[in-house]
Ligand binder design. Structure first.
Ligand code: UTP
Length: 301
């Protein structure tokens, strides 16, 4: 084990999370024309609530949403709805009343607009004035994890162990590396890598690993300058990888494997799979839904 990985963090704890939700969600048009994809439900809870609950379970106190046009539903979801509360109370629907009331109290929420949709790096840059001099968690709400507790805890633990920025990664099949940001570096211990770089969508022939970034990061404020001076890449977007590589050029950055099951809820097939997985896990629905699926698949034969 290297000296670095033994060192204790001299940086402050991670208290803030940035959740970018300003994208157009073009893979889900026409549904996303006026409805945020980040509000799509897995059964009855929107994707954004899953990531907010994950953040809070890891000790996050402040959540900064990077929003844009047609995203008002997200603000409403994390606010009180007095009329609805009154109605549920009058009807004696205590459980539902508790459910809707507690959402607004989960954390302190702030909203910043990304005026032009210029990529995730540009979206994160919009939070600069609210982050100050603290490390912060970044979570993309269409990357959803299940099982094994809150996925971001692996990043918080790695940050506390190394005192460096952290990129959450998972293994992907070698013939699919061209779809992801792929990290490279020196293993420090099982599941922890000291990064030498990250390449956006590499050719499978030249990719150095099959470890892909998967929507969870701990960054430090130094990253903002890299986003601020970045030129938009192909497609007119400023990617997160520009900032990560900028940090690597200035000091150590680690990648940690997230030990949970990953669901790509930003793609149609991944979203469908996530609904099935989450529905099967539900106490109130799981058995009935499984019986339906079994029968449906048996009828197919
Ligand atoms: P995605 O690339 O998955 O979302 O970004 P998208 O661009 O909206 O979807 P497609 O590819 O067109 O279907 C991951 C997260 O980052 C946000 C998105 O809203 C999503 O929550 N994002 C993306 C921004 O906030 N700003 C951007 O410029 C890009």
């Amino acid at each position: 084990m290297s000296q670095e990985s033994k060192s204790t963090s001299s940086r402050p704890p991670v208290r803030k999370a940035v959740i970018p939700v300003a994208g157009f969600g073009t893979r889900f048009l026409p549904a996303t024309k006026a409805t945020p994809k980040e509000m799509f439900p897995l059964v009855d809870k929107p994707l954004t609530q899953y990531v907010v609950e994950e953040a809070v379970a890891c000790g996050i106190e402040e959540i900064i949403f990077i929003t844009g046009q047609a995203k008002r539903a997200i603000e409403d979801h994390f606010d009180r709805n007095i009329e609805l509360e009154y109605l549920l109370d009058n009807k004696g629907k205590k459980k539902q009343l508790e459910q809707v009331m507690e959402i607004a109290d989960k954390a302190d929420f702030a909203y910043v607009r990304q005026k032009e949709v210029l990529g995730l790096g540009h979206a994160i840059l919009q939070a600069r004035h609210l982050i100050g001099d603290e490390p912060f968690l970044v979570m993309t709400p269409d990357d959803i994890f299940s099982g094994n507790g809150p996925a971001s805890q692996a990043l918080i633990d790695a940050y506390e162990e190394t005192g460096t920025p952290i990129v959450g990664v998972q293994e992907v099949p070698k013939d699919r590396v061209h779809l992801y940001g792929i990290v490279s570096g020196e293993p420090v211990r099982d599941g922890l890598l000291k990064m030498s770089g990250i390449v956006e969508k590499p050719d499978p022939k030249t990719a150095l690993t099959n470890l892909a970034q998967c929507g969870r990061y701990i960054f430090i404020p130094e990253i903002f300058e890299h986003f601020a001076k970045a030129e938009p890449g192909p497609g007119g977007e400023i990617h997160i990888t520009v900032g990560t590589n900028g940090l690597i050029s200035e000091g150590p950055v680690h990648a940690v494997t997230i030990p949970n099951q990953y669901h790509d809820a930003g793609s149609k097939i991944g979203y469908l799979q996530a609904i099935v997985e989450f529905a099967l896990e539900r106490e109130d629905l799981g058995d009935e839904f499984k019986a339906y699926l079994k029968k449906r698949l048996a009828d197919e034969k």
